[in-house]
Write a protein that binds this ligand. Structure first.
Ligand code: SF4
Ligand code: SF4
Length: 142
């Protein structure tokens, strides 16, 4: 979700500019805090209530960004530019987008590179990635 991080930065091994923005697509819930909502409202020059209605929805107790259809990956954040694959509210994006992936590697970028290499270095190969979180029953330890 950083979208400006490049592998030319010291200690960084992913390049958002060469990625179709998996992170803005695979995570169905991008959390929006009160501070994030205020930032969105200020950016769009609307009230906090209006920003909440227009740009977010409630998922149980949690407020999250709205999503929309994405021709490339099925569904993605409402704010993802479908052509450039960049964030259209970069300076107003939620905190969680600012910190992701919070480490020197991005698993999705590693997967992208791996698959492209597997497919004879085809730069247009895009592995389809979805995330599900099924409840798994862990057997009791014997
Ligand atoms: S999935 Fe990783 S490389 Fe791709 S845009 Fe997100 S943070 Fe950047
Ligand atoms: S707000 Fe921007 S960075 Fe965050 S998920 Fe949406 S498009 Fe990606």
């Amino acid at each position: 979700m950083a979208r400006t991080t490049t592998d030319e930065q010291k200690g960084v091994f992913y390049d958002c500019g060469k990625c179709p923005a998996f992170c803005c697509s695979v995570y169905e819930r991008v959390a929006v805090t009160k501070k994030d909502l205020q930032r969105l409202a200020k950016y769009f020059k609307v009230t906090v209530e209006e920003a909440g209605k227009r740009f977010t929805r409630m998922n149980g107790e949690e407020r999250v960004l709205r999503r929309a259809k994405d021709p490339l990956l099925g569904e993605a954040c409402h704010f993802l530019d479908r052509k450039t694959r960049g964030c259209t509210i970069y300076h107003a994006r939620p905190d969680v987008c600012r910190t992701y992936p919070a480490r020197s590697r991005c698993a999705y970028y590693d997967l992208l590179q791996f698959e492209r290499e597997q497919q004879s270095d085809q730069p247009n190969v895009i592995p389809l990635v979805t995330l599900t979180f099924p409840e798994v029953k862990i057997p009791d330890e014997e």
